[in-house]
Write a protein that binds this ligand. Structure first.
Ligand code: GLU
Length: 500
């Protein structure tokens, strides 16, 4: 069987990371089996359409390195890939179902249905448009052929409804979900869903099933929120006489507390993004927050899928090699912002230093700093391992480019002793007279002097760091000296002696 899967978002806003993970699982499954990963935009509901949402989805998939093989911007042979561009085709399929008695035209007005609902509620019940009452309602099953023809002639609005169950049929529908196993639904409890609206447009259910069939989708991998629709979809496939794809409903991503679905509000509350890219100023993205795409991919992959074994850090390629639908868990995955950060830290440490260097170069440019004497490569060599998020970069690296103008008060109070200026003068001399600016040379020179003069290293290191950095932070102090260069060190030490 050739593997064809699709990610089928509705362009109603930015893509939540739950959707991102669904796309990722589809991608991993397709690549693992040499299949095709399709992006289909489900935009039949124009009321919910949001401008820019499709572009956002495409940009997200590209950023994560999981671009589709076929999509609106990269059409294959199964196009068009936007349902709005396929809309003329759906009615034909609905009519096929009317013809084979699986669906019918319903003329009930909104008001009529509303009064039925209210009447049922008054009696403590619930009105469901289904097998029990469809013959008493206003539709092509209860009306005569002439009455129906007349209504159509008079342009009476109607919808097309699908007969989910009919008396005499077997009520129980057994289905298999790749993740949940056997799923049995009592179809007599289902309502007769509208498959074509009054405006002639298909509803999600019809368009989704028709397109999955026409696009020859072999596996439907989607969020758990669609599990309740599986029975209707299977019934639709059966009614058409089409082969059903394999279904796999992926569990939800849960709030950090583990209770309920992760929402934007959780992100706002705990200060982490729930969207891959920035959507607007109130909707930050992982990218802007300093996450690497490979880290987000790795974390999301494991949030609801178990690769087996102890290893947790994987590249996209490794994930492809390991992925299986069987490894997807039934229980929802709790989003843990700290763990997500940890994955980022691990990937950032392994990342190509050129990436961090280009981020640093960009920062320097933005800030209008041109400090040609300090090598960005050397700086990155020292700070890359200290980063958790790419956005930590400036905090870890600024002092290589900007000499301290003020000094951390607390640090000075604690570390700046009476004899410090004298000691630092000697350190300054030692640096100035060193043969070269290698960290080892500088360190050896200073240690030798300290030893000869019976001065504890502790009296040197902290003040030297304060003089160079302005605070007690940063990588190895001699490494900092070396990257700054002898002249800059001398200048900074002299200035610190002067000011403190
Ligand atoms: N358009 C649906 C969504 O927005 C697609 C569900 C499915 O994959 O069948 O999630």
């Amino acid at each position: 069987m050739s593997i064809r899967v699709r990610f089928a978002p509705s362009p109603t806003g930015p893509l939540h990371i739950g959707g991102v993970r669904t796309a990722l699982y589809n991608y991993l499954f397709a690549k693992k089996h040499g299949g095709v990963f399709i992006l289909r935009i489900e935009d039949t509901d124009q009321n919910r359409f949001v401008d820019g949402a499709e572009a956002y989805i495409t940009k997200t998939l590209d950023w994560l390195g999981i671009s589709p093989d076929e999509s609106p911007s990269k059409p294959g042979t199964a196009g068009p890939y936007r349902q709005s561009e396929r809309k003329d085709g759906y009615l034909k399929y609905a009519k096929l179902l009317v013809k084979n008695s699986s669906a019918y035209l319903a003329f009930d007005t909104a008001d009529e249905l509303q009064s039925l609902r209210e009447a049922a509620e008054q009696k403590g019940g619930r009105f469901i448009y289904n097998w029990e009452n469809r013959n008493r309602l206003k539709n092509s099953l209860s009306l005569s052929a002439d009455e129906v023809a007349e209504l159509i002639e008079n342009k009476a609005p109607y919808v097309i409804r699908f007969k989910s169950y009919e008396k005499g049929r077997d009520k129980s529908l057994s289905m298999i979900d790749k993740i949940r196993g056997d799923v049995v639904v009592d179809t007599s409890l289902l309502d007769d869903k509208i498959i074509v609206k009054q405006d002639g447009m298909p509803t999600y259910h019809l368009a989704n099933v028709v397109d999955d069939h026409l696009m020859e989708i072999s596996h439907v991998i989607r969020g758990e929120e669609w599990l309740p629709s599986m029975a209707l979809h299977v019934l639709l496939y059966n009614a058409f006489g089409w082969k059903t794809p394999v279904f796999a409903h992926v569990p939800l991503i849960l709030k950090p507390t583990g209770k309920g679905k992760l929402s934007k509000r959780d992100g706002d509350k705990f200060g982490f993004p729930v969207f891959p890219l920035e959507w607007d100023k109130e909707t930050p993205g992982f990218k802007e927050a300093g996450y690497l795409p490979e880290a987000l991919v790795n974390y999301l992959a494991l949030l609801g899928w178990n690769p087996g074994g102890e290893e947790e850090l994987f590249s996209l390629k490794e994930l492809v090699a390991l992925f299986s639908l069987e490894g997807i868990t039934k229980a929802g995955g709790r989003f843990d912002p700290e763990r997500c950060k940890w994955f980022n830290q691990q990937h950032l440490h392994k990342a190509d230093s050129a990436l961090v260097e280009s981020s640093l170069a960009q920062l320097l440019q933005q800030k209008g700093i041109d400090n040609a004497s300090v090598s960005t490569a050397d700086v990155v060599g020292l700070v890359q391992d200290r980063l958790t998020l790419l956005t930590d970069l400036w905090d870890e690296a600024y002092f290589f480019f900007v000499a301290p103008v003020e000094y951390d008060e607390k640090a000075v109070r604690k570390q700046w002793k009476e004899e410090t200026p004298q000691i630092l003068s000697a350190v300054m001399n030692s640096i100035e007279n060193a043969h070269d600016a290698q960290a080892e040379t500088l360190s050896a020179g200073i240690k030798l002097w300290a030893n000869e003069n019976n001065i504890k290293l502790g009296m040197i290191m902290a003040p030297l760091r304060i003089a160079l950095v302005g605070a007690l932070k940063g990588p190895d102090v001699f490494a900092i000296c070396s990257v700054l260069g002898k002249a800059e060190c001398v200048k900074r030490i002299a200035s610190a002696i002067d000011k403190n």
